[in-house]
Every structure is written in C-alpha cells, then in structure tokens.
Design a binder for this molecule. Sequence first.
Ligand code: HEC
Length: 101
Amino acid sequence: MASRQVGLCLLCHSGPFPEERFQGNLAPDLSVSVAHSTPAQLRARLVDSNRFNPASIMPAYYRTSGLNRVASKFADQTILSGQEIEDVVAFLVSLQAKPPQ
Ligand code: HEC
C-alpha cells in the first residue's frame, strides 16, 4: 500500500498513515473509501478500476488485456500478483477497525 515502487497508491490517494509524507490529493482518501465499501468492492476496484470509471487514471492492477502501449517485457503481466491484491484488500479492510485520524 505505502510502497512508492510497486503500488503507488499514495501518489494519488491519502490515508490514515501519519508516518507517510507527500500523500496524493487526486483521489478519495482511502479511510473514507473503506468505510463505504465491502471487501469484494475493494477487490473489484483494484483489479480493474476502468469497470467503474472508463476514464479512470487509477491503474488496473490485475488486468492484462485492453491496455495501451505496454512494453514487450511487461506484456501479459499484471501490476500486482493475486496474492498482493488479497494483501491490499486485507490491509484496507483492517483500516475499517480504526477511528479516523
Ligand atoms: C494514478 C492515480 C491512482 C493510483 C496510483 C491509485 N488510485 Fe485508487 N483511485 C484513483 C482515482 C482518481 C479514484 C476515483 C475513482 C476513479 O476516478 O476511478 C480511485 C478510486 C479508488 C478506490 C475507490 C474509492 C471510493 O471511495 O469509492 C479505491 C478503494 C482505491 N482507489 C484504492 C487504491 C489502491 C489500494 C491503490 C494502490 C494499490 C490505488 N487506489 C492506486 C486514483 C489512483
């Protein structure tokens, strides 16, 4: 979630992570998002954000088709693995237990 090399969520989103500097303001705060989403909705959003908003700037983290200008060495690869998608969903769900900061 907080990785600046892999997921890059905080490039666009902010969240309840006081230790992280320079959080994004292009997308909803994740503590708000998790409060009104089920795990299945969070997973679907991560897998393919374009299903919710065709013009979304959020990457589809688990889709390999219908992408533009993919370098050949990345062809047929997802950004995150299935396990990483599940880890992010579990982490987001865990935020629900905490009061907003
Ligand atoms: C390039 C910017 C960008 C990145 C990177 C990004 N997002 Fe998003 N995300 C958005 C935008 C913008 C939206 C608002 C809906 C839309 O436009 O698609 C969104 C929507 C969401 C939503 C639904 C929000 C709601 O309140 O309904 C969730 C959950 C989410 N993102 C999680 C993540 C996670 C987790 C990551 C990292 C693995 C991530 N996003 C990475 C831009 C981004």
